[in-house]
Ligand binder design. Structure first.
Ligand code: SAM
Length: 362
């Protein structure tokens, strides 16, 4: 039955509010049941409460290093900005405030569902914003579509958004039971499960090591290949089990140790999940292409800024800016990465691994 139904008293359609998902107990626990958090602007006190506890409301994303991004990229009234990873639109909103009604924001993302939600959220802004479902590796094509020879600022906040991490259906986090999908762009042909069940042991081992420095990469790949011969590994919980078994860790013991330990240790599955996600989305390949093409997409004295979340990405950004500076493409670049202050990390623990680098074209 649709949400719009005929009312009993004539032909006027009456809007019938869809039922919220039911949950047992007093508080919703699963991502889908948190209907208030998904509509957080209507519940400001809940937003305050969650933020004070260092939590991100379900279905939203807290932008990281925003002040530093604005200070280093210096968006000005009338400028054209390409936000390559618009996500929830946190950084985009700040850019809009600075460029004003004479400026233009071009917003890219590969995630069509989140892009549509952000388009609606930003539609009230008094600035021309155009949205493109596009990989940032294709930034040159987007500028061409916009009839632009270049832009003033290119910005990318790499990786996944909180909405993507927390949604169990995406299979990105080891914390939630779900299908091993991990694609940010659902037009991609291969999911994480496809790769896990087809790549040879050597390739899996190499990916776990090179993309996330997983020290037990060989053991995990070996056990994975043995387990998938019995039954395909298609769920996050199956992969977590393989990782614990390969490392010889008993789940109960690890959780007990974690609760009692003062310094929280990395979850045993964190690195393998990260490596798989990077592999599924070819994240490093896309980043290299963006950095290669960016100087051709910027106007003279244009600025580029990239926030990365792991050493593999940061190394690529650092090298591209350093080489660009040496070759005379860039006139200046960040010497050291800019990282969040403790205050930001406490209020948003997901910012803890963020590193921001910028460069200015000649
Ligand atoms: C960390 S979030 C960005 C959050 C955003 N800055 C905000 O303030 O809400 C990263 C976003 O980039 C998108 N993304 C990742 N890789 C991409 C790529 N190669 N091209 C375009 N979008 C990408 C993801 O789908 C996700 O929405």
């Amino acid at each position: 039955m649709s949400a719009f139904e005929q009312s009993g008293n004539g032909d006027k359609p009456a809007f019938k509010r869809p039922r919220r998902p039911r949950y047992s107990g007093t508080h919703p626990k699963s991502y889908r049941q948190k209907y208030k958090e998904h509509n957080i602007s209507a519940y400001p006190r809940m937003k305050e409460h969650l933020l004070a506890k260092g939590k991100t409301p379900a279905g939203s994303h807290i932008p990281v290093l925003t002040e530093m991004v604005i200070a280093c990229l210096r968006p000005k009234p009338g400028e054209t900005i390409v936000d390559c990873t618009v996500g929830y639109g946190g950084h985009a909103s700040e850019f809009i405030r600075h460029i004003g009604p004479t400026g233009k924001l071009i917003a890219l993302d590969v995630d069509s569902a989140e892009l549509e939600r952000t388009r609606l959220r930003l539609s009230y802004e008094n600035v021309p914003v155009s949205f493109h479902r596009s990989n940032f590796a294709g930034i040159a094509k987007v500028l061409k579509k916009e009839n632009l020879a270049g832009c003033d600022v290119i910005f990318a906040d790499l990786g996944v958004s909180s909405m993507q991490i927390d949604n169990p259906d995406r299979g990105i986090s080891y914390k939630y039971e779900g299908p091993l999908d991990m694609r940010m762009d659902d037009r991609l042909k291969q999911t994480a499960a496809d790769l896990l069940n087809t790549l040879c042991e050597e390739k899996l081992s190499k990916a776990f090591s090179e993309l996330a420095d997983e020290p037990d990469h060989q053991k995990i790949a070996r056990l994975l290949v043995a387990r998938r011969a019995d039954k395909p590994v298609t769920r996050t919980s199956q992969l977590v089990d393989v990782i614990f078994d390969a490392k010889g860790i008993i789940k109960k013991t690890w959780h007990k140790l974690r609760r009692t330990s003062k310094s929280p240790s990395l979850h045993p599955a964190a690195r393998t999940f990260q490596a798989l996600r990077i592999l599924v989305n070819d994240e490093l390949g896309c980043l290299k292409e963006l950095l290669r093409i960016a100087p051709y997409c910027l106007r003279p004295a244009g600025r580029i800024g990239i926030i990365s979340f792991h050493s593999g990405e940061d190394r690529i950004v650092k090298k591209a800016f350093r080489d660009g500076l040496r070759n005379g493409i860039y006139q200046s670049a960040a010497v050291d990465p800019i990282v969040p202050h403790l205050k930001e990390i406490i209020s948003n623990p997901r910012s803890s691994s963020a590193k921001f680098r910028w460069a200015t074209l000649k």
